[in-house]
Design a protein around this ligand. Structure first.
Ligand code: XMP
Length: 521
């Protein structure tokens, strides 16, 4: 049983960042609903509680609140943004809309008088963090608020200010701390140190959370849950299902079957690479070469939504056929990760997802139980785990790839000939970007349905246009196009047009999301 920090969710967009930041400090964290009762909190026995930000105004009647008894439990609490305002409001202070808001980087100055704050460790003799940006000197912090605390509750003091607000406050005797800014983001200078001081100096953490322990504990848990029953995993070759397969293969190698449905819309050599990696492991790996079946199903279909729908349906049919052939397998494994659960509302109750499906698998595919060994991990932790489990970097660091694959990167109908052209162009693009730093978060080629006139040798050509897309993003919900150097783009353009005879022209997509999306279809 690890030391645990609870992150109580009040609707803030950074809740996952907070929970991840705590884990980055080697302390296990869990996101829970903001209104969780104190009985449940006592049962979970956290060493500290963090209250997230949120979009509401705490003085309005329906704004979310925590259980008021939380503040009397004696557990250290850090309120961030709305979390600080809510704590101050509920304990008798005052919060009001400011004349102006503070958005973006704002200069925050720790108050240097009286007892130094544990968060900023001002003037602590011999403490090296006294010299860090958040150690007494003004520092840049990310703010995003209009409401502000205008009067502190009894027992609280101001520990930092910004030009427009009380930027931090605390009642150290009761171990209650508040910051109006966001220490969990990289935009706050010394933010990690502030989180660290709260977790270690205030909460007294020892830092007992390690991913190596996670592997061991999951292996024994999987063995216990599975008993002598067989497990089926739908392996897509994506990071999550690959790591899941690897973990299961360590736990129950003789009882695991992984089905990899190759729909033929993978990138160059990708299906073979997945087969190569997993055939070497001690597990039953079944590759279903369903390329012809998928191509036939998509014949003549140009509408993007219809393509997606048909591919999803066909996947289910193939999976059903194979599951039936394999006979009775009572357990289904899937690579659900923690953000999937948080985003599907799983933090709001004790039961996490009563209904499961993989890639749209229907409920009629009956399984007695579902095993989700990665459901406690964030994406970057899954990648670290994958490396520890010995998966190759090419799989572990794989960029997101849509389930329908290259079929939605070919505008118009999909044919084998078009797939070949796109695979070759995409491979050149990826090869050329492989060594660049910083690398875009996702990059790929698109075969457009436009043809343009060109000239090769002495001949006129009239061939398809390839578009290149490269984006920079944290979460893929929004993105900026990546301004790749012109030299790189020229080299890629010249390689694609000379190595692939049937391509006449290359264009570079300079649209952000919104208004565009990452994928073209
Ligand atoms: P969009 O195009 O919606 O893409 O801006 C956002 C991110 O999601 C990926 N994507 C998908 N992933 N199945 C997936 O597993 C899909 O059908 C799908 N469509 C888009 C996309 O590659 C990007 O990373």
């Amino acid at each position: 049983m690890n030391e645990r920090v609870l992150v109580l969710d009040f609707g803030g967009q950074y809740k996952e960042l907070i929970a991840r930041a705590v884990r980055g400090l080697s302390v296990y964290s869990e996101i829970r609903a903001g209104d969780i009762g104190v009985d449940e909190i006592r049962r979970l026995a956290p060493i500290g509680v963090i209250l997230t930000g949120g979009p509401n105004s705490v003085y309005l009647p329906d704004s979310p609140k925590c259980d008021p008894a939380l503040f009397s439990l004696g557990i250290p609490i850090l309120g961030i943004c709305y979390g600080m305002q809510m704590m101050c409001h509920m304990l008798g202070g005052e919060v009001a809309p400011g004349e102006a808001g503070e958005y973006g980087r704002v200069m925050v100055t720790p108050v240097v008088k009286g007892e130094p704050s544990a968060l900023f460790c001002i003037g602590r003799r011999g403490d090296p963090c006294g010299q860090s940006p958040a150690g007494g000197e003004p520092f840049d912090a990310l703010m995003s608020h209009r409401d502000a605390v205008t009067r502190l509750p009894k027992g609280f003091t101001v520990t930092a200010t910004s030009p427009l607000c009380i930027a931090a406050c605390e009642d150290a005797d009761r171990k209650l701390y508040g910051v109006q800014f966001h220490p969990e983001t990289a935009h706050t200078e010394g933010g990690r140190e502030i989180m660290q001081r709260f977790i270690y100096d205030v909460c007294g953490a020892s830092g007992d959370y390690k991913l190596d322990d996670y592997i061991e504990s999951q292996i024994s848990q999987i063995r216990q849950q599975a008993g002598d029953r067989k497990i089926l995993l739908a392996l897509s070759g994506g990071v999550d299902s690959s790591v899941c397969a690897s973990l299961l293969s360590k736990a129950v190698p003789d009882r695991l079957t992984c089905i990899f449905v190759d729909h033929g819309f993978m990138r160059l050599n990708e299906g073979d690479e997945i087969e190569r990696v997993f055939s070497k492991r001690r597990l039953r790996f079944v590759r279903i070469n369903a390329q012809k079946r998928f191509l036939a199903r998509l014949k003549g279909v140009a509408d993007p939504e219809l393509k997606r729908k048909l591919i999803g349906e066909e996947f289910i049919r193939v999976f059903e056929d194979e599951a039936t052939k394999l006979g009775d397998i009572p357990l289904l494994a899937q690579g659900t990760i923690y953000p999937d659960i948080v985003e599907s509302g799983g933090v709001h109750g004790a039961t996490i997802k009563s209904h499961h499906n993989v890639g749209g698998l229907p409920e009629s595919l009956a399984f007695d139980e579902v095993i989700e060994p990665l459901s406690g991990l964030f994406k970057d932790e899954v990648r670290i785990l994958g490396k520890k489990l010995g998966l190759p970097a090419s799989l572990v660091n794989r960029q997101p790839f849509p389930g329908p694959g290259l079929a939605i990167r070919i505008m118009g109908d999909v044919t084998e000939a078009k797939l070949e052209v796109l695979r070759a162009a995409d491979a050149i693009f990826r090869e050329e970007l492989a060594g660049t730093r910083p690398r875009p978060d996702q990059y790929f080629a698109v075969l457009t349905d436009t043809r343009s006139v060109g000239v090769k040798g002495d001949d006129r050509t009239y061939d398809p246009v390839i578009a290149l897309r490269a984006v920079t993003t944290d979460d893929f919900m929004t993105c900026e196009y990546t301004p790749l150097p012109h030299k790189t783009l020229s080299r890629i353009s010249s390689r694609i047009t000379s190595e692939i005879p049937s391509v006449s022209r290359i264009v570079y997509d300079i649209t952000s999301k919104p208004p565009a999306t990452v994928e073209w279809e």
